[in-house]
Design a protein around this ligand. Structure first.
Ligand SMILES: Cc1cc2nc3c(=O)[nH]c(=O)nc-3n(C[C@H](O)[C@H](O)[C@H](O)COP(=O)(O)OP(=O)(O)OC[C@H]3O[C@@H](n4cnc5c(N)ncnc54)[C@H](O)[C@@H]3O)c2cc1C
Length: 294
């Protein structure tokens, strides 16, 4: 969506807010797919008042964005410095902070628990929204407070961890809540011990995932008691392609953009694989990747 109204553009300038015209979401997501739109920093009140639809972008590592012109603007938080402040076993982290840097910063200060999240790209805000996790842990376990902007009520609120439900790649946040910051409580652990755990997780990731390729991580959630990747693999679908969208030959739940895949290609591949799994296993796979449809 383009903001054409010169009054509104001037209003942004007056507020000291930069409006980036025609930003390409293809460059802002790890799949390297997606159309163009205007990109704005934190301007929620103004947008709500003007009735301009918007979405929140973290690190773009769990997104499949529709091609072509998009019917909403995109908001991306800028991280303040410092974006992580430690206080005993508590880490106060800005939502725009890089997740991997947060894990290592806490580790170097003898705060562990998040070793499994090393190698998960994106921001802390994105990780909160999706309750990111790996290797038996999830970020929600350590959340004590989340400060968020509630678009529906147009106000900033702080929720206690026990007021939020964190499930497997699902949370109880409203779709239009914007995470601003989080207070994590992390167990004390000596840095060398945390580092050992980090290295093990890094090794597992390197051995099983196509890390150098454009992907959004796992496309599907694992159904209860089963592995989506294993089902896809058992059907012999590794390397199945639509255009340049391809089921990865190392990890069958990673679909990669092997060149110039479009969202249409990727969605066609996803739908084909999903249908084959449904026919063979009677299981309807749920999306882990977030699809931004126009
Ligand atoms: C190679 C690779 C490996 C991965 N491995 C894992 C893994 O092991 N475990 C796992 O859980 N995930 C994994 N992922 C997926 C992804 O990295 C995580 O889901 C990550 O937490 C998404 O964060 P993000 O900032 O990139 O979010 P984005 O992709 O930018 O956004 C994802 C969703 O969060 C919302 N969002 C982002 N920031 C905010 C905010 N501040 N407020 C409100 N909503 C927000 C967006 O609107 C969108 O709905 C992997 C991805 C890749 C590419």
């Amino acid at each position: 969506m383009r903001i054409e109204d010169p009054k509104l553009a001037a209003g942004f300038l007056e507020l000291g807010v930069q409006l980036q015209h025609g930003a390409s979401l293809c460059d802002l997501t790890s799949l390297g797919i997606g159309g163009t739109t205007d990109l704005l920093p934190d301007l929620l009140n103004l947008l709500d008042a003007q009735g301009i639809p918007h979405k929140f972008l973290g690190g773009g590592s769990n997104l499949l964005v529709e091609d072509d012109e998009l019917p909403w603007v995109v908001l991306q938080l800028a991280a303040p410095r410092p974006d992580i402040v430690l206080e005993g076993n508590f880490a106060h982290v800005d939502a725009a902070a890089d997740l991997g840097r947060t894990v290592t910063y806490c580790a170097k200060n003898d705060l562990g628990g998040m070793e499994g999240l090393i190698g998960v790209p994106g921001t802390v805000g994105g990780a909160l929204r999706m309750n990111a996790g790996a290797y038996g842990m999830q970020i929600g376990t350590y959340v004590r407070e989340v400060k968020l902007y509630r678009s529906a009520a147009r106000k900033i609120e702080t929720l206690r961890g026990d007021q939020i439900s964190f499930e497997y790649r699902h949370t109880s946040f409203a779709p239009d809540d914007m995470m601003l910051s989080v207070k994590l409580e992390l167990p004390s652990k000596p840095y060398p011990e945390i580092l050992k755990g980090i290295r093990i997780c890094n090794e597992k990731r390197r051995a099983s995932q196509p890390l150098g390729q454009k992907s959004a991580g796992c496309i599907f959630k694992n159904p209860p008691g089963a592995s989506a990747g294993r089902m896809i693999d058992e059907l012999g679908l590794k390397s199945l392609s639509v255009g340049d969208a391809r089921v990865n030959d190392r990890h069958a739940n990673f679909f990669v953009n092997a060149g110039r895949a479009s969202a249409k290609d990727m969605l066609a591949l996803i739908s084909d694989v999903r249908e084959r799994v449904r026919k063979s296993f009677g299981v309807i796979l749920e999306f882990e990747v977030v699809v931004w449809n126009a």
